[in-house]
Write a protein that binds this ligand. Structure first.
Ligand SMILES: Nc1ncnc2c1ncn2[C@@H]1O[C@H](COP(=O)(O)OP(=O)(O)O)[C@@H](O)[C@H]1O
Ligand SMILES: [Mg+2]
Length: 160
């Protein structure tokens, strides 16, 4: 029996991920679950076969500061929506791998995420992060698709 104690909502700060966060906050409220807002960022650097050479400390510090600031703002919004306990986590690495790893290591009961994100190629059914998380997740994944109007598309009509 699943307990639904910890929900993780991975966010890339896009509008689709904001829609997912709203669903996750509502579920957390109803279930009395902890909500974790997780962002994965990629280090700016140059990959070589041997190592990754980073472009100095300060752009990285600025990036992390910006991420932490945004996570704080999104946390406030989730609390405002009634989620009883909201925590945030920033991880460096490839998004899908960090999301799956976090869900495993932190024993998350549910992942709530958008079907699309910042790259927003909507002719794809789901984005690459979403697809890989669905394939590899250790727990159920709830995907949230944005309303057609929000995607700038006409509303689909029933045939006939
Ligand atoms: N860097 C990231 N950190 C955390 N979550 C992410 C990240 N990138 C994407 N996501 C999650 O995955 C969802 C789908 O994004 P993605 O599959 O990358 O679509 P797209 O190809 O449109 O960017 C987002 O709404 C968000 O929930
Ligand atoms: Mg993306």
């Amino acid at each position: 029996m699943l307990e639904w104690r910890r929900i993780v909502c991975p966010i890339d700060f896009s509008e689709p991920s904001r829609d997912a966060m709203r669903v996750a906050a509502d579920l957390a409220k109803r279930l009395g679950a902890e909500l974790v807002l997780l962002h994965a960022y990629q280090l700016p650097g140059v990959a070589t076969p041997e190592a990754v050479i980073y472009r100095g400390r300060s752009p990285l510090d600025r990036l992390i500061k910006a991420v932490v600031g945004l996570l704080g703002e999104w946390k406030s919004e989730a609390l405002g929506l009634g989620a009883p306990e909201v925590t945030t986590h920033a991880a460096s690495g490839v998004a899908y791998a960090e999301i799956v790893r976090f869900a495993e290591e932190q024993a998350c009961d549910l992942i709530v995420m958008g079907t699309h994100g910042r790259t927003a190629v909507h002719r794809m059914l789901v984005g690459s992060t979403a697809e890989r998380v669905v394939r590899h997740a250790p727990c159920p994944v709830l995907t949230v698709r944005q309303a057609p109007a929000a995607r700038g598309e006409p509303t689909p009509r029933a045939p006939g």
